[in-house]
Design a protein around this ligand. Structure first.
Ligand code: HEC
Length: 260
């Protein structure tokens, strides 16, 4: 009787803890004031992986639309190999930017073409210049944004599609824009996306929702480029533990065989 109770207790505990492990998203969402549309992401779950095509589209939107105001400090051009680009494609992308290097033999800083080992250049030389160009608000670095906000990917998608007309009784401060999903609803950034803001290299129709989804996917990668390796390692560890359990059980039977 005792034993049955114990086993039942363990089973219940296991069920509750697996629930807690896999349901982190809804738990986070529940604590939020504004409910975000919940998308299905390929990188979620135990076997989650990134969708290369979506990452490439997200990169394209970042480069063509967001990079004018937002830096991406933690990503170097060579990291784009993860997205499925060849070495030549990466060289070509890096060569499109100019980088300040130096000092040279005469002690002068100089500009040169970007190389794959360079990091994405920041659009403004310092925070003051960024604030001055944006009416006092500083566009934050986007490398880790998907991790810096609760329910990051869904939030980033929501923020991009959240530029709607304010309710009639809403008083919008000068220089801010109404956004349904930004905390407080007043954001200094004007809506950055509009239908066909980019022409996708792979021919996907560039609706605002599509670009928002691809951007969120891309920023999840910039925030966690090693996600696939991490998940793959977890599965290998689980398989190892299972096999090891079997080995231990067999050893136990062998050792105790004569006693029984
Ligand atoms: C013209 C400049 C400009 C462009 C272009 C721009 N942004 Fe912004 N962005 C800003 C500014 C300024 C802020 C700060 C807003 C504030 O604090 O009210 C901001 C804030 C943000 C934030 C932070 C929101 C938060 O929760 O704090 C995100 C995320 C963001 N932008 C994403 C993007 C993306 C993605 C793009 C490209 C599609 C983009 N931005 C294009 C100026 C820009």
């Amino acid at each position: 009787m005792m034993r049955k109770g114990l086993i039942f207790g363990f089973a219940a505990l296991a069920a509750v803890s697996t629930g807690a492990l896999f349901n982190t998203n809804s738990a986070k969402a529940a604590g939020e004031a504004i409910a975000l549309p919940q998308l299905e992401w390929s990188f979620e779950g135990m076997f989650g992986t990134y969708d290369r095509a979506s990452l490439q589209r997200g990169l394209q939107v970042y480069r063509e639309v967001c990079s004018g105001c937002h830096s991406l400090d933690y990503i170097a051009f060579r990291n784009l190999a993860d997205l499925g680009y060849s070495e030549d494609e990466i060289k070509a992308m890096a060569a499109e930017v100019s980088v300040v290097d130096g000092p040279n033999d005469e002690g002068e800083m100089f500009e040169r073409e970007g190389r794959p080992s360079d990091y994405f250049p920041a659009p403004f030389p310092n925070p003051q210049a960024a604030a001055f160009a944006n009416g006092g608000a500083i566009p934050p670095d986007l490398s880790l944004m998907a991790k810096a906000r609760a329910d990051g990917p869904n939030y980033l998608h929501a923020l991009m599609i959240g530029y709607v007309d304010p309710p009639a009784d809403f008083e919008l401060a000068e220089g801010s824009n109404y956004n349904a999903y930004f905390p407080g609803h007043q954001i200094a950034m004007a809506a950055p996306l509009f239908e066909d803001a980019v022409e996708y290299a792979d021919g996907t129709p560039a609706t605002v929702d599509q670009m928002a989804t691809d951007l969120a996917h891309f920023f999840m990668w910039t925030a966690e480029p090693k996600l696939e390796e991490r998940k793959g390692m977890g599965i290998k560890v689980l398989i190892f533990l299972l096999v090891f359990c079997g080995v231990l059980y067999a050893a136990k039977r062998k050792v105790w065989a004569d006693v029984h």
